[in-house]
Design a protein around this ligand. Structure first.
Ligand code: GLA
Length: 662
């Protein structure tokens, strides 16, 4: 049954049809056809209902220029369909065949030093190459024409983890085109880039280049625009292929998979073009904050999707790309899968179905590992598949928004990460992570939002750091607080305008008024391991010499040059935190601000290692610890997983999960 979305395009619900999708990338081209039979048998046993086909199959589909080898794919599609496994069909355009690079070297990207990225790995395509785009469109068109109506097809997966940059000559041309669209004239570009500095004034468009290797620091606005442009070029590639597949199958949703917190794509912009938001997520099983990393990415993805989303890839066991690649201890794969479902995932999928025996990823786990069907990984995967199959219908499609929003913006991230800034120790993404962690540890559910979004539905807005703030965003924050919202902001917010020009007074005047700051005299960044004493806590990374106006000092610096000056300011419902408090202190601060805004934890009295998440009227309770716990859950509930009634108190074993329904 089709559930049209407001924009008239199909959505994830058209692919899930009330279930949770379970499966992964399937690369049958790496295996003899006999193996396919075994694959399908084991998929069925494991509850797999969806596979992603063809992500890296371009050379198999088009072994010579213009050739088409669809026979093998016809047979795989039919086999999967006959066995009730739906297909997310990929356009293979992220890894062109070697012949394309050999015949058309201009399809290969160049790095900042002008060096070519050759074939032999993957993702060796220039987003700007007209020849690449033509070949990508042609294979996409033929795939869509052939499989657009196929009964196995549930979704299109365009390309894979768009992430390439290009500083080459053809890219220089598309960069100029992009800049002309943005600025219109060279005068406007010169003004935006501040080229009066260091004799950089441009007199001819032909002089304008991507920010290639220079003797000393590149122009920061040029670098910022190059990041904007790169995201937009990749998006053009996505949209071109999306439009092709849409013509053949208007009722089939289209996605492309994001990397988590990936700097290369302005995800807020991208999701406007996607029918389904999907992400690949690989927390390190050894990372004590692996679950928080998962929660952050899931919160971000749900917020981008504004509803259910797809976990396109995770690992059933170890990955192969860390220095040391740890397996998942028993139960962790299930726990992290349900964590994603709790946060709105309606698809739990893996890279990849069957672990490869050759190639660069032969030591990356699969759902079916080298140990085969008796292996623990496959056994656990199969039990998870059965569980998701049993409870999926009661979960799929549900969505709830949170009362808190954390603001994050790619342009602010790009501008705030440039060279030659007050402290290289300040990584905007890590600052976001720190604030999200504080909320997570305080058991407060949170969404993410863009600074120009309508924030009026949120009781609390958290701004970890928005170094670059547009006028519209600054006005939005002020209006939000005027409208009754509570806002807390970290340091380095509102420093620069859209063109990375420092705001008069060193910080946007609207924000200074909002937070009751009369003068921001100086920043006092801290060295690694250095702390700023404050009453009640220690600050890290950063401190500031602020003269308060009509704000109240919630806490002050103690000792050192800033002794007695305000560290945390409050002016009504607006809070400003001029340092990064250590984690416990930041958690307490966030909990206080949330309480002042009337926001409560998801559940009271939760042990530190237990996470509670609401999805619709379901309550997911997840034990991230290795020891059994007892959790107070007032009232009577039905645990969908444990098939038990739970009254007031819930027992969870190591890595235990409960899904409580009223
Ligand atoms: C990414 C890619 C996959 C695979 C995995 C390995 O997510 O999309 O093709 O390389 O990484 O973790």
């Amino acid at each position: 049954m089709r559930t049209p979305r407001p924009d008239g395009h199909p959505g994830l619900a058209d692919a899930t049809r009330g279930r949770i999708l379970f499966g992964g990338d399937y690369n049958p081209e790496q295996w003899p056809e006999e193996t396919w039979q075994e694959d399908v048998r084991l998929m069925k046993e494991a509850g797999v209902n969806s596979v992603t086909l063809g992500v890296f199959a371009w050379a198999k589909l088009e072994p010579r220029p213009g050739a088409r080898e669809f026979g093998w794919l016809d047979r795989v599609m039919a086999l999967l369909h006959g066995n009730g496994v739906g297909v997310v069909l990929a356009t293979p355009t992220s890894s062109p065949p070697p012949w394309l690079g050999r015949l058309h070297p201009d399809t290969l990207p160049r790095d900042q030093d002008g060096r070519t990225e050759w074939w032999g790995g993957r993702q060796h395509f220039s987003h700007s190459s007209a020849v690449y785009r033509r070949h990508a469109a042609a294979i996409t068109e033929d795939l869509a024409a052939r499989y657009g109506d196929h009964p196995a097809l549930t979704m299109w997966h365009v390309n894979n983890e768009y992430c390439t940059y290009d500083w080459g000559d053809e890219a220089a041309g598309t960069f100029r085109r992009w800049l002309r669209d943005r600025y219109g004239t060279l005068d406007a570009l010169n003004s935006a880039w501040g080229t009066a500095f260091w004799s950089q004034g441009y007199g001819d468009w032909a002089e304008v280049l991507p920010p290639r290797r220079a003797h000393y620091l590149n122009n920061p606005t040029q670098v910022l625009d190059f990041k904007r442009y790169t995201s937009d070029m990749l998006l053009e590639c996505y949209v071109a292929e999306r439009d092709i597949v849409r013509r053949y199958s208007p009722h089939v949703p289209v996605t492309t998979n994001f990397m988590p917190m990936w700097a290369g794509q302005d995800a807020w912009r991208w999701v406007q073009e996607e029918d389904v938001v999907s992400v690949d997520l690989y927390p390190d099983p050894r990372d004590p904050f692996g679950a928080q990393h998962g929660a952050l990415v899931q919160d971000m993805t749900r917020s981008q999707a504004r509803g259910p989303w797809m976990l396109m890839e995770q690992a059933a066991g170890p990955v192969n790309w860390r220095g040391v690649n740890h397996p998942k201890p028993p139960g962790l794969n299930r726990l992290w899968s349900f964590q994603a479902v709790a946060r709105g995932a309606d698809a739990v999928c893996y890279f990849q179905w069957r672990q490869s025996r050759q190639g660069a990823e032969k030591f990356h786990s699969g759902m079916l590992g080298h140990a085969g069907e008796q292996g623990r990984t496959y056994q656990e995967v199969s039990r998870l598949g059965a569980e998701l199959d049993r409870v999926g219908g009661e979960i799929s499609g549900r969505h709830s928004a949170c009362e808190v929003a954390v603001l994050h913006d790619w342009h602010a991230w790009w501008a705030g990460s440039q060279d030659a800034r007050p402290s290289r120790e300040v990584d905007p993404a890590e600052v976001v992570r720190a604030w999200h962690r504080a909320l997570w540890e305080a058991h407060i559910g949170t969404d993410f939002a863009h600074p120009e979004h309508d924030l009026s539905g949120y009781a609390l807005v958290v701004v970890p750091q928005l170094y670059l703030l547009t006028d519209a965003a600054a006005d939005n924050l002020v209006a939000y607080v005027r409208g009754g919202g509570t806002l807390v902001s970290g340091f380095l917010t509102g420093i620069a305008d859209e063109e990375d020009r420092v705001r008069p007074g060193g910080m946007d005047v609207r924000l200074r008024e909002l937070f009751g700051i009369r003068t921001l005299h100086e920043w006092w960044p801290l060295d690694p391991g250095e702390y700023a004493g404050c009453d009640g806590f220690r600050g890290t990374l950063w401190s500031e010499e602020i003269e308060a106006g009509d704000a109240v000092a919630h806490s002050r610096y103690q000792g050192g040059e800033l002794d007695g000056l305000p560290a945390v300011l409050r002016r009504g419902r607006a809070w400003y935190v001029s340092t990064l408090p250590e984690p416990d202190a930041l958690r307490e601060l966030v909990a206080d601000v949330a309480a002042a805004a009337g926001v409560r934890p998801v559940l009271d009295g939760l042990p530190a290692e237990v996470e509670a998440v609401r999805r619709g009227d379901l309550l997911f309770v997840l034990n991230h610890g290795r020891d059994p716990v007892t959790v107070a859950v007032p009232g009577t509930h039905r645990d969908l997983l444990g098939r038990r009634r739970v009254t007031d108190s819930l027992e969870l074993g190591r890595y235990g999960v409960a899904v409580l329904s009223p």
